[in-house]
Each structure stands twice: as C-alpha cells, then as structure tokens.
Design a protein around this ligand. Structure first.
Ligand code: DGL
Length: 283
C-alpha cells in the first residue's frame, strides 16, 4: 500500500517531509488540490466535498491510509467523512482504508508538555496560566477546534486563535519574503494585543505556515516554544501503524506528487523549503 498525504496546496509538504524521514521505505503519494486552494475562506460544505474528492483520488492511486496534512480539512471535514462516508467507501473498495487528521496529534503534543507559566498572583492564590497562540486559516479559527479539544484535556491552558486570512494564499503563490514577514509580524502583533501580553507557546495551525516557521520565530519573543505539527504527526502515525498491522507499509520507497492545478515546478519559496526542485504531475 501507499500512504496518501493531502492538502489544499503545498503546505502539506511540511508534513510529508517528516513522514518520509520517519518511513523512508514506504510509498507516498502527495496530492495538492491547487485548483481549489486556499480552503481557509470556503464554507464548510465545500471543504467537506473537496476533502472527500481528494481522499477518493488517493484511494484510487492505491493509498490505504490518507493523512489530511491540512488543518482546515482535518478540523472541518475529518469527523464527517469518518462517520458518514468512510464505512460505505470501505465496502465499495473491499479493503481496509482510513483517513487520519493532524489536529489531534498536535493537541496531544501541546497538552502533554509539562510547560506551565506562573502568570499572576492574586492574594495568596497562585494562578498558573499557559497561554497558547494558534495561528490558522479563518475556517479553522471559526471552528474553534483547538479551543474545544484543548479545553477537554487541560483547563490550565488558555487558547487564543489568530485567523490569518491571506497568509496561506501568499505562501502558495510564493510571495516575496519581505511581504510574508510583514504579514506574519502583523498577525503576531494582533494576537499579542488581544491577549494583553505575548503568548507562552504557539501552534502553527496551518501546514503552510511551517514553510515560513522562521518568520514566526522571528516575530514572536525570542525562545517562544513552537509546537511543530509535522513532528507530532509523524510520531502519531508511527503509533497508529503499530496498533494497526493490517496496514503493511510498503517497501518500494516511491514518491509521487500530484496536483489538481498546474503541473510542473513549484515556486522558489517552496523549492527552497523543500531543498531542491520539485515537480508535480497532473492529478
Ligand atoms: N494548509 C492548510 C491548513 O493547514 C490549508 C490552507 C488553505 O488552503 O487555506 O489549514
């Protein structure tokens, strides 16, 4: 079998990169839905339909496990597809298949860390508050998935989401670094104003943002820990394969990159992140 990696565009390459390092022998098929990117400003029903179409395509390419390397698809579409579509899809295909998201692994990484900040002293009561900033697309921020899921696990973590409306589109288009830096600084300044101080930690809750993780590092106060989704996802997937031996990881080491958009090379921003030329086939 192959492992499918899906995103609206190039952001999921950040996750793909880590998965390939972790499972070098496995066959991978990456699918970028660049004909429809960005997803972050779309209505939920559209995000569900586009995500389902991407998964169908990857199953047709021989993938048995599809990783939604996209917070917007994971937050808006994953549960719906798992509950209402996957059971029938397995019957039709006649083989075990699954779709996994990247938000739960990220939240596990975020809430499992023993990182607490003594923020305030009121009388003799010490309040510990760990203020976590989540930078994401508008759709992910509106879903409040990070707030809801983190609150279920840890009441001492205060989550502030910052929707960054244009950022994924700018990264997808390979915008100049100075423009990207100004946009990132603006979003960090906005969330700092809303919190009333700088966050203690941050999640880059859109896989595109990993491509400019250094700009977030530069805009946040020096040393602010950033939870990296690609690493969290690779760790979680390794655990998943241990628990699910029915998904035998292949040994061909194949790598295919498909796009619903324009085939061929990607922007210089993406190639610099990737570390070399990267050519996509038409999906
Ligand atoms: N990279 C995606 C995410 O993690 C989607 C960005 C977009 O298409 O707006 O949310």
């Amino acid at each position: 079998m192959a492992i499918g990696v899906f995103d609206s565009g190039v952001g999921g390459l950040s996750v793909h990169h880590r998965l390939v390092e972790r499972f070098p022998q496995a066959d991978f098929v990456y699918l970028a839905d660049q004909a429809n990117t960005p997803y972050g400003g779309r209505p939920g029903e559209e995000i569900v339909d586009l995500t389902r179409a991407g998964c169908e395509r990857l199953f047709a390419e021989g993938c048995d496990v599809v990783v939604l390397a996209c917070n917007t698809a994971s937050g808006i579409a994953l549960r719906r597809l798992q509950q209402t579509w996957l059971p029938g899809c397995r019957k039709t295909l006649g083989r075990p298949v699954n779709v996994l998201g990247i938000i739960v692994p990220t939240i596990e990484a975020a809430t499992g860390l023993p990182w607490e900040h003594e923020a305030e002293r009121r009388g003799d009561k010490v309040e510990k508050l760990d203020v976590l900033a989540v930078f994401s697309t508008p759709a992910t921020a509106a879903s409040r998935v990070y707030e809801i899921e983190i609150d279920k696990r840890r009441q001492d973590v205060a989550v502030f989401s910052q929707a960054c409306p244009d950022l994924a589109g700018m990264i997808e288009a390979g915008a100049p670094r100075a423009d990207l830096a100004a946009a990132v600084q603006g979003h960090v300044a906005a969330i700092t104003r809303r919190i009333g101080r700088a966050p203690d930690r941050a999640i880059l809750g859109c896989t595109h943002y990993e491509i400019v993780a250094d700009l977030f590092g530069a805009a946040l106060p020096a040393g602010t820990p950033v939870i990296h989704q690609p690493q969290a996802t690779a760790d979680a997937l390794a655990g998943y394969f241990e628990r699910h031996p029915e998904f035998a990881i292949g040994s061909g080491g194949g790598r295919r990159f498909l796009t619903t958009g324009r085939p061929g090379a990607q922007s210089s921003l993406v190639e610099a992140f990737w570390g070399g030329p990267l050519s996509f086939e038409r999906a």
